[in-house]
Ligand binder design. Structure first.
Ligand SMILES: *Cc1c(COP(=O)(O)O)cnc(C)c1O
Length: 384
């Protein structure tokens, strides 16, 4: 059968998106203009957060977020091995240590019990923060993590790159959107084209703390501000108060982000329809990510587990289905192996998961015919 390539994820750019970008290109501002604040305000509203700071990518967002949270050289954070390396790297950017706690074998998310066990195996004050990840789009139960963090005086930075539009209901039956920072101190999103909202490159940091918000703004733009300008100073006045970066997004990317954001809710619904179709086809035949009660998985990914993972990967690629692996456990990457902060921690759930996981195509414009082809080929290979 002659089919076109079916990737594991892809962006959807509409005529409306293109018009929005062109309009901004023809405006007075290519960067540092009004589209950025508009994007921030609309994004904050969409996830139910007070403040949002747009940046040039989520990796920059994670970097300035840990700095705004006060992470310093020699301090230690805990994250999950099953994530993109950037979730851990942000701590290394400031010279902090990265420790890993294992995942829950059913949800694939950082286990709150394993995190607690790791924290309580060390003296008080050993760790400074936790960076949980809404892996594949499944919301971490941050209410539980908040309780743990408060007991030990830790901050929480939620890596919500996979999860704009996902939510869990807390014990008060309140809907908690990923990145609403009700229980976390800050959260980070990515606008890389494989994620829900495509800006080319782009990211967003959300927080409900005015203090963190102000630090993020400073760090995003060289540590420079005009806020202390007084009447007798000239219009050129500015101060560099701290060592910051140029992590700004452009106005035309923000315009694309605004346009994309308006379709995200519909996109998440479509992703959930696709997930349901996969589940109906695979139920009782193979294992996939569990969905805890009262959660909406934003479904950046749809992950299944199979014994002959390499075999399935190769077979699907032969059929132009570009399934992907998420992720090689971060603690097994050569850089982290070399540092080996916590080589004594049991991470066997993560390693066992990694030996079996494969992400099937998941994006709103995946057609029914394409998905049926993916399902057919997967079941054909597994002979189930
Ligand atoms: C994509 C991703 C990032 C990094 O995003 P960029 O915008 O590419 O920097 C960080 N964390 C997770 C979990 C991601 O999936």
């Amino acid at each position: 059968m002659e089919n076109k390539i079916i990737p594991y994820g892809r962006q959807d750019i509409t005529d409306e998106d293109i018009r929005a970008v062109i309009e901004t290109l023809q405006s007075d501002f290519l960067t540092q203009g009004p589209k950025i604040k508009e994007f921030e305000d609309k994004f904050a509203k969409s996830v139910d957060a007070k403040y949002a700071v747009a940046v040039n990518n989520a990796t920059s967002g994670l970097h300035i977020a840990v700095m705004a949270l006060g992470l310093k050289e020699g301090q230690r954070i805990i994250t999950t091995p099953i994530t993109f390396a950037a979730s851990a790297n942000c701590a290394r950017f400031v010279g902090a240590e990265v420790w890993f706690a294992d995942i829950d074998r059913e949800t694939y998310l950082l286990s709150v019990e394993k995190t607690r066990a790791l924290i309580e195996s060390k003296p008080r004050g050993f760790f400074t923060g936790i960076i949980p990840v809404d892996f594949a789009g499944l919301p971490v139960n941050l209410e539980e993590f908040r309780k743990l963090a408060d007991e030990h005086g830790l901050w929480i930075l939620e890596d919500a790159c996979h999860a704009p539009g996902g939510y869990f209901n807390d014990s008060n039956k309140q809907k908690q959107f990923c990145g609403n920072v009700e229980y976390a101190d800050a959260a980070v999103f990515s606008f890389h084209p494989v994620k829900h909202i495509a800006c080319g490159e782009g990211g967003m940091v959300t927080t409900n703390s005015e203090e963190i918000y102000k630090k993020l703004l400073l760090l995003r733009s060289h540590g420079i501000t005009k806020e202390n300008m007084s009447e007798n100073q000239g219009g050129w006045f500015y101060e560099m108060q701290t060592l910051g970066f140029n992590y700004r997004i452009t106005d035309f990317q923000a315009a694309l982000g605004i346009s994309q954001l308006s379709r995200n809710e519909a996109g998440v619904l479509k992703r959930n329809e696709i997930a349901q179709k996969y589940k109906d086809a695979f139920k009782g035949k193979l294992k996939f990510q569990a969905l805890p009660e009262n959660c909406l998985n934003a479904h950046h990914l749809f992950v299944i587990e199979v014994k002959d993972r390499k075999g399935l990967y190769d077979f699907l690629h032969t059929n132009k289905i570009y399934a992907q692996i998420h992720y090689i456990p971060v603690h097994q990457l050569p850089y982290y192996k070399k540092i080996g902060y916590n080589s004594e921690t049991d991470l066997s759930n993560s390693e066992n998961y990694y030996s079996r996981c494969i992400s099937l195509p998941m994006y709103p414009t995946l057609t029914i015919e394409e998905q049926e082809f993916v399902i057919k080929k997967t079941l054909e290979f597994l002979n189930v």
